[in-house]
Design a protein around this ligand. Structure first.
Ligand code: AMP
Ligand code: MG
Ligand code: MG
Length: 305
């Protein structure tokens, strides 16, 4: 890969191909059928696919980009990986982008990459493979500036192919898909399918939705906002982590939407920050009034989380 491209461009171009390879590994493991499930905590599962996909992404990126910090959901232990899991090719479309000035000369020490190798594990173990995504988010300083979402089971009927990779970069825009505007006149809210509780439900009720879409994965829910299928993603719980929101937030912002905590503050994504999105998640589709949704969150809900 030509070193003449800026570091952030090369990193995102490599993240896209690594995420797609991780998607292939996930499909192969699912097809084989032995998921080798481990319980990490309450309502928190890990499978062979989560572990292998993370090894693929972290080995591929850390070999090409020494000096950056990479934080993956499945921990820090690294191991030998098959050679075909090490990806060195790049997404040529991303390589062509023209970055805004402030991203052109970033040093490796200022970069933190947040990896969720398989978002929506709970749904994956139940065979709901359409809910899962692979998330690679790139932060510069405290800010999520770029991201990749790969959907391993997306079917493009025209191309008869499986899997698609979407990306977004702050100040550049998005690629790999065309955002669709949401319909005016109805309020469709998306939220968790497998991590609900009374507080999560109270925040939803306060939005007076016409419809609630309960689906798995933070990546999947932000995709629903980008595809015009939901107006807001509301999650009044501490359960979501930085690797769940870094890539989706960057892509959503690049498309004109917004992701914050339930107070309207942005999460920070530098290497030393907390992993826990302890003040919940509110994401709104491009064109939606984020402040309206914030104003509806009841004080009792804010106090609870
Ligand atoms: P969900 O909307 O339930 O699919 O959650 C989005 C992301 O946050 C997934 O990666 C979940 O694993 C994670 N998450 C949400 N709530 C919890 C929880 N209570 N415990 C562990 N992980 C959670
Ligand atoms: Mg996740
Ligand atoms: Mg995960």
């Amino acid at each position: 890969m030509a070193q003449c491209h800026p570091l952030v461009t090369r990193l995102l171009a490599s993240s896209a191909t690594a995420a797609a390879q991780a998607g292939k590994i996930i499909r192969d493991i699912f097809t084989r059928g032995d998921l080798n499930i481990v319980e990490k905590g309450v309502d928190d599962l890990q499978t062979e696919a989560d572990r292998s996909a993370q090894n693929c992404i972290i080995e591929s990126l850390s070999r090409q980009f020494p000096g950056i910090t990479i934080i993956g959901e499945e921990g820090t232990s690294r191991c030998e990986v098959p050679s075909d899991w090490i990806v060195t090719n790049v997404d040529e479309e991303i390589l062509k982008v023209k970055l805004p000035k402030d991203l052109e000369n970033v040093s490796p020490q200022d970069i933190c990459v947040w990896v969720d190798p398989l978002d929506g594990t709970s749904e994956f173990t139940q065979g709901l493979v359409d809910h899962i995504t692979v998330l690679v988010g790139v932060a510069v300083g405290t800010k999520a500036v770029g991201g990749v979402i790969h959907q391993p089971y997306y079917k493009d009927l025209q191309k008869s192919s499986i899997g698609r990779t979407l990306w977004g970069i702050d100040g550049v825009g998005v690629g790999g898909f065309m955002p669709v505007p949401t319909l005016i006149g109805r309020r469709i809210i998306t939220t968790t399918r497998s991590h609900s509780n009374k507080t999560v439900q109270a925040a939803l009720d306060a939005m007076e939705p016409d419809e609630i879409l309960r689906v798995g994965g933070a990546g999947h829910k932000v995709l629903l906002l980008l595809e015009g299928k939901a107006h807001a993603y509301v999650f009044a719980s501490k359960g979501c982590k930085r690797w769940d929101t870094c890539a989706p937030e960057a892509i959503l912002h690049a498309a004109g939407g917004k992701l914050t905590d339930l107070y309207g503050d942005s999460y920070s994504y530098d290497a030393t920050t907390s992993h826990c999105n302890s003040k919940g998640v509110l994401a709104t589709a491009p064109g939606e009034q984020h402040s309206w949704y914030l104003s509806r969150i009841p004080d009792e809900v804010k106090q609870e989380i």
